[in-house]
Design a protein around this ligand. Sequence first.
Ligand code: ZN
Length: 304
Amino acid sequence: MRKKWVFLICLILYLIGGFFWCNPWIVKEISGNYVSGEIPEILVNERGEKGDFSWNGHYALIRLEDVNPASDPTSLEECIELLKNKNVPFSIALIPIYKNPEQNETLYLHEKPELIRLIKDSGATIVLHGCTHQYDGETGVDFEFWDEISDGPLKVNNTEYATSKIELALEELEKCGLTAEIWETPHYTSTDEVAKVVSQYFSKIYEGYDGKLTINKFGQIVIPTNLDYVRGDQPVQSVFEMLAKGEYISSSGDKDIVASFFYHPFLGTDYLRMLIGGLKKQGYKFVGPEECIRVFYRQFEHAQ
Ligand SMILES: [Zn+2]
Protein backbone atom coordinates (compact mmCIF):
# COMPACT_ATOMS: atom_id res chain seq x y z
CA MET A 1 0.00 0.00 0.00
CA ARG A 2 2.79 2.40 1.01
CA LYS A 3 4.67 1.62 -2.23
CA LYS A 4 1.61 2.70 -4.18
CA TRP A 5 1.59 6.08 -2.44
CA VAL A 6 5.30 6.62 -2.99
CA PHE A 7 4.84 5.76 -6.65
CA LEU A 8 1.86 8.14 -6.96
CA ILE A 9 3.69 11.05 -5.29
CA CYS A 10 6.75 10.47 -7.52
CA LEU A 11 4.53 10.45 -10.57
CA ILE A 12 2.86 13.76 -9.59
CA LEU A 13 6.25 15.39 -8.91
CA TYR A 14 7.54 14.06 -12.24
CA LEU A 15 4.57 15.56 -14.12
CA ILE A 16 4.81 18.97 -12.38
CA GLY A 17 8.57 19.05 -12.94
CA GLY A 18 8.10 18.07 -16.56
CA PHE A 19 5.57 20.85 -17.13
CA PHE A 20 7.89 23.55 -15.87
CA TRP A 21 10.88 21.97 -17.65
CA CYS A 22 8.94 22.26 -20.93
CA ASN A 23 7.73 25.81 -20.15
CA PRO A 24 10.66 27.51 -18.39
CA TRP A 25 9.33 30.97 -19.30
CA ILE A 26 6.48 30.46 -16.83
CA VAL A 27 8.98 30.04 -14.00
CA LYS A 28 10.85 33.14 -15.16
CA GLU A 29 7.64 35.15 -15.50
CA ILE A 30 6.30 34.11 -12.11
CA SER A 31 9.59 34.75 -10.34
CA GLY A 32 9.88 38.06 -12.18
CA ASN A 33 6.43 39.12 -11.10
CA TYR A 34 6.11 37.87 -7.61
CA VAL A 35 9.54 37.30 -6.15
CA SER A 36 12.21 39.57 -7.51
CA GLY A 37 9.82 42.23 -8.80
CA GLU A 38 12.07 42.68 -11.82
CA ILE A 39 10.99 42.52 -15.41
CA PRO A 40 12.34 39.23 -16.71
CA GLU A 41 14.15 39.54 -20.04
CA ILE A 42 13.46 36.20 -21.64
CA LEU A 43 14.25 37.38 -25.12
CA VAL A 44 15.72 40.83 -25.07
CA ASN A 45 15.75 41.35 -28.79
CA GLU A 46 12.56 40.35 -30.53
CA ARG A 47 14.02 41.34 -33.90
CA GLY A 48 16.30 38.33 -33.71
CA GLU A 49 19.52 40.27 -34.18
CA LYS A 50 21.07 38.56 -31.19
CA GLY A 51 20.18 36.21 -28.39
CA ASP A 52 18.38 32.93 -28.85
CA PHE A 53 15.38 34.36 -30.68
CA SER A 54 14.20 32.44 -33.71
CA TRP A 55 11.39 34.14 -35.64
CA ASN A 56 8.40 31.91 -36.36
CA GLY A 57 7.54 34.05 -39.40
CA HIS A 58 4.41 35.56 -37.79
CA TYR A 59 3.68 39.04 -36.47
CA ALA A 60 1.99 39.93 -33.17
CA LEU A 61 0.11 43.12 -32.25
CA ILE A 62 -0.92 44.68 -28.94
CA ARG A 63 -3.50 47.42 -28.39
CA LEU A 64 -4.13 49.09 -25.01
CA GLU A 65 -7.90 49.28 -24.80
CA ASP A 66 -10.60 51.77 -23.76
CA VAL A 67 -8.24 54.55 -22.70
CA ASN A 68 -10.43 57.56 -21.87
CA PRO A 69 -10.42 60.76 -19.75
CA ALA A 70 -11.51 58.77 -16.66
CA SER A 71 -8.66 56.22 -17.03
CA ASP A 72 -6.19 55.82 -14.19
CA PRO A 73 -2.94 57.37 -15.48
CA THR A 74 -0.78 55.23 -13.17
CA SER A 75 -1.81 51.82 -14.53
CA LEU A 76 -1.66 53.17 -18.09
CA GLU A 77 1.84 54.51 -17.47
CA GLU A 78 2.99 51.18 -16.04
CA CYS A 79 1.74 49.29 -19.09
CA ILE A 80 3.38 51.81 -21.43
CA GLU A 81 6.67 51.54 -19.53
CA LEU A 82 6.58 47.75 -19.72
CA LEU A 83 5.97 47.81 -23.48
CA LYS A 84 8.70 50.39 -24.01
CA ASN A 85 11.20 48.44 -21.89
CA LYS A 86 10.45 45.35 -23.95
CA ASN A 87 10.78 47.26 -27.24
CA VAL A 88 7.25 46.28 -28.18
CA PRO A 89 5.44 48.67 -30.55
CA PHE A 90 1.75 49.07 -29.67
CA SER A 91 -1.37 51.13 -30.19
CA ILE A 92 -3.83 52.87 -27.88
CA ALA A 93 -7.58 52.66 -28.44
CA LEU A 94 -8.63 56.12 -27.35
CA ILE A 95 -12.08 57.40 -26.37
CA PRO A 96 -11.80 61.21 -26.25
CA ILE A 97 -14.92 61.93 -24.18
CA TYR A 98 -16.05 60.07 -21.03
CA LYS A 99 -19.71 60.08 -20.05
CA ASN A 100 -21.65 58.57 -17.18
CA PRO A 101 -25.26 59.81 -17.43
CA GLU A 102 -26.26 58.15 -14.14
CA GLN A 103 -23.69 60.28 -12.29
CA ASN A 104 -24.32 63.22 -14.62
CA GLU A 105 -20.60 63.18 -15.40
CA THR A 106 -18.80 64.24 -18.58
CA LEU A 107 -15.01 64.42 -18.87
CA TYR A 108 -13.09 65.70 -21.89
CA LEU A 109 -9.60 64.57 -22.80
CA HIS A 110 -8.44 68.19 -23.18
CA GLU A 111 -9.12 68.57 -19.43
CA LYS A 112 -6.54 65.86 -18.68
CA PRO A 113 -3.08 67.21 -19.61
CA GLU A 114 -1.27 64.41 -17.72
CA LEU A 115 -3.07 61.77 -19.78
CA ILE A 116 -2.42 63.63 -23.05
CA ARG A 117 1.29 63.90 -22.23
CA LEU A 118 1.42 60.18 -21.41
CA ILE A 119 -0.26 59.24 -24.70
CA LYS A 120 1.96 61.55 -26.75
CA ASP A 121 5.18 60.36 -25.10
CA SER A 122 4.21 56.70 -25.45
CA GLY A 123 4.95 56.67 -29.18
CA ALA A 124 1.84 54.51 -29.64
CA THR A 125 -0.33 54.60 -32.75
CA ILE A 126 -3.64 56.20 -31.82
CA VAL A 127 -6.78 54.29 -32.73
CA LEU A 128 -10.00 56.29 -32.40
CA HIS A 129 -12.36 54.08 -30.39
CA GLY A 130 -15.62 55.96 -30.86
CA CYS A 131 -16.41 59.39 -29.49
CA THR A 132 -17.91 58.49 -26.09
CA HIS A 133 -18.19 54.67 -26.47
CA GLN A 134 -21.75 54.96 -25.14
CA TYR A 135 -25.26 55.93 -26.19
CA ASP A 136 -27.15 56.22 -22.89
CA GLY A 137 -24.93 54.23 -20.50
CA GLU A 138 -21.38 54.56 -19.22
CA THR A 139 -18.33 55.00 -21.45
CA GLY A 140 -16.54 51.73 -22.20
CA VAL A 141 -19.46 49.60 -21.05
CA ASP A 142 -22.24 50.78 -23.35
CA PHE A 143 -22.46 50.44 -27.12
CA GLU A 144 -22.26 53.67 -29.08
CA PHE A 145 -23.74 52.66 -32.42
CA TRP A 146 -26.04 49.78 -31.45
CA ASP A 147 -29.09 49.25 -29.23
CA GLU A 148 -28.24 46.29 -27.01
CA ILE A 149 -31.79 46.14 -25.58
CA SER A 150 -33.51 45.52 -28.91
CA ASP A 151 -30.29 44.05 -30.35
CA GLY A 152 -30.77 46.23 -33.40
CA PRO A 153 -29.88 49.63 -34.85
CA LEU A 154 -30.41 52.73 -32.72
CA LYS A 155 -33.70 54.44 -33.49
CA VAL A 156 -32.04 57.57 -34.83
CA ASN A 157 -30.84 58.73 -38.23
CA ASN A 158 -27.71 56.58 -38.05
CA THR A 159 -25.86 58.44 -40.81
CA GLU A 160 -26.35 61.84 -39.18
CA TYR A 161 -25.69 60.47 -35.70
CA ALA A 162 -22.44 58.73 -36.70
CA THR A 163 -21.24 61.80 -38.60
CA SER A 164 -21.83 64.08 -35.62
CA LYS A 165 -20.13 61.65 -33.21
CA ILE A 166 -17.05 61.24 -35.41
CA GLU A 167 -16.82 65.00 -36.02
CA LEU A 168 -17.04 65.66 -32.27
CA ALA A 169 -14.37 63.03 -31.56
CA LEU A 170 -11.98 64.47 -34.15
CA GLU A 171 -12.55 67.98 -32.78
CA GLU A 172 -11.68 66.78 -29.29
CA LEU A 173 -8.53 65.04 -30.54
CA GLU A 174 -7.49 68.22 -32.33
CA LYS A 175 -7.92 70.23 -29.11
CA CYS A 176 -5.41 67.82 -27.53
CA GLY A 177 -2.97 68.00 -30.43
CA LEU A 178 -3.59 64.35 -31.35
CA THR A 179 -4.52 62.65 -34.62
CA ALA A 180 -5.85 59.18 -35.46
CA GLU A 181 -5.88 57.40 -38.79
CA ILE A 182 -7.33 54.11 -37.62
CA TRP A 183 -10.85 53.49 -36.30
CA GLU A 184 -12.22 50.87 -33.92
CA THR A 185 -16.01 50.55 -33.48
CA PRO A 186 -17.05 50.23 -29.81
CA HIS A 187 -17.75 46.54 -29.12
CA TYR A 188 -17.12 46.01 -32.86
CA THR A 189 -20.85 46.52 -33.41
CA SER A 190 -22.69 48.98 -35.65
CA THR A 191 -24.83 49.13 -38.77
CA ASP A 192 -23.90 49.38 -42.44
CA GLU A 193 -24.98 53.03 -42.37
CA VAL A 194 -22.54 53.79 -39.56
CA ALA A 195 -19.77 51.70 -41.14
CA LYS A 196 -20.21 53.63 -44.39
CA VAL A 197 -19.82 56.96 -42.59
CA VAL A 198 -16.72 55.62 -40.80
CA SER A 199 -15.24 54.61 -44.18
CA GLN A 200 -15.52 58.23 -45.34
CA TYR A 201 -13.17 59.26 -42.53
CA PHE A 202 -10.94 56.20 -42.06
CA SER A 203 -9.32 53.88 -44.61
CA LYS A 204 -8.12 51.53 -41.85
CA ILE A 205 -10.07 49.84 -39.07
CA TYR A 206 -8.83 47.63 -36.24
CA GLU A 207 -11.52 45.13 -35.24
CA GLY A 208 -12.96 41.65 -35.73
CA TYR A 209 -11.49 38.21 -35.27
CA ASP A 210 -10.10 37.16 -38.66
CA GLY A 211 -6.66 35.62 -38.58
CA LYS A 212 -5.33 37.85 -41.36
CA LEU A 213 -5.49 41.46 -42.47
CA THR A 214 -8.32 41.82 -44.98
CA ILE A 215 -10.13 44.43 -47.06
CA ASN A 216 -13.82 44.91 -46.28
CA LYS A 217 -16.70 45.86 -48.56
CA PHE A 218 -16.05 49.55 -47.92
CA GLY A 219 -12.49 49.18 -49.21
CA GLN A 220 -10.97 49.60 -45.74
CA ILE A 221 -7.98 47.62 -44.54
CA VAL A 222 -9.06 45.58 -41.51
CA ILE A 223 -6.55 44.62 -38.82
CA PRO A 224 -7.98 41.82 -36.66
CA THR A 225 -7.74 41.01 -32.95
CA ASN A 226 -7.94 37.23 -33.29
CA LEU A 227 -6.40 36.46 -29.88
CA ASP A 228 -9.20 38.50 -28.24
CA TYR A 229 -8.41 39.93 -24.77
CA VAL A 230 -7.73 39.24 -21.09
CA ARG A 231 -11.06 38.94 -19.29
CA GLY A 232 -11.07 40.69 -15.92
CA ASP A 233 -12.99 37.87 -14.21
CA GLN A 234 -10.69 35.08 -15.49
CA PRO A 235 -7.38 36.73 -16.31
CA VAL A 236 -5.02 33.76 -15.87
CA GLN A 237 -7.27 31.43 -17.84
CA SER A 238 -7.52 34.07 -20.58
CA VAL A 239 -3.73 34.34 -20.79
CA PHE A 240 -3.37 30.57 -21.13
CA GLU A 241 -6.09 30.41 -23.78
CA MET A 242 -4.49 33.27 -25.71
CA LEU A 243 -1.05 31.67 -25.56
CA ALA A 244 -2.54 28.36 -26.68
CA LYS A 245 -4.00 30.15 -29.72
CA GLY A 246 -0.62 31.78 -30.25
CA GLU A 247 1.09 28.39 -30.19
CA TYR A 248 -1.40 27.04 -32.73
CA ILE A 249 -0.85 30.00 -35.10
CA SER A 250 2.89 29.76 -34.61
CA SER A 251 2.89 26.24 -35.98
CA SER A 252 0.88 27.29 -39.05
CA GLY A 253 2.70 27.51 -42.36
CA ASP A 254 0.49 30.43 -43.41
CA LYS A 255 2.65 33.34 -42.30
CA ASP A 256 -0.07 35.90 -43.08
CA ILE A 257 -1.88 34.87 -39.90
CA VAL A 258 -1.11 37.26 -37.07
CA ALA A 259 -1.49 36.99 -33.29
CA SER A 260 -3.29 40.14 -32.22
CA PHE A 261 -4.91 41.07 -28.92
CA PHE A 262 -6.09 44.02 -26.87
CA TYR A 263 -5.48 44.68 -23.19
CA HIS A 264 -7.14 46.86 -20.56
CA PRO A 265 -4.43 48.77 -18.63
CA PHE A 266 -6.51 48.79 -15.42
CA LEU A 267 -5.69 45.06 -15.08
CA GLY A 268 -2.10 46.02 -14.23
CA THR A 269 1.03 44.74 -15.90
CA ASP A 270 1.23 41.08 -14.76
CA TYR A 271 -0.91 39.51 -17.49
CA LEU A 272 0.52 41.80 -20.16
CA ARG A 273 4.01 40.74 -19.12
CA MET A 274 3.04 37.07 -19.32
CA LEU A 275 1.60 37.53 -22.81
CA ILE A 276 4.61 39.42 -24.13
CA GLY A 277 7.00 36.83 -22.67
CA GLY A 278 4.92 33.91 -23.92
CA LEU A 279 4.51 35.22 -27.47
CA LYS A 280 8.19 36.12 -27.72
CA LYS A 281 9.03 32.63 -26.55
CA GLN A 282 6.80 31.29 -29.32
CA GLY A 283 8.87 33.29 -31.81
CA TYR A 284 6.61 36.25 -32.66
CA LYS A 285 7.83 39.64 -33.84
CA PHE A 286 5.80 42.54 -32.48
CA VAL A 287 4.73 45.30 -34.83
CA GLY A 288 2.46 48.32 -34.59
CA PRO A 289 -0.66 48.39 -36.79
CA GLU A 290 0.81 50.81 -39.36
CA GLU A 291 3.95 48.70 -39.78
CA CYS A 292 1.81 45.59 -40.07
CA ILE A 293 -0.21 47.23 -42.86
CA ARG A 294 3.00 48.22 -44.66
CA VAL A 295 4.25 44.64 -44.48
CA PHE A 296 1.05 43.30 -46.04
CA TYR A 297 0.41 46.23 -48.39
CA ARG A 298 1.86 44.55 -51.47
CA GLN A 299 -0.60 41.71 -51.12
CA PHE A 300 -3.49 44.18 -51.04
CA GLU A 301 -2.14 45.92 -54.14
CA HIS A 302 -2.05 42.60 -55.96
CA ALA A 303 -5.52 41.72 -54.74
CA GLN A 304 -7.08 44.92 -56.05
ZN1 ZN B 1 -14.12 49.37 -26.05
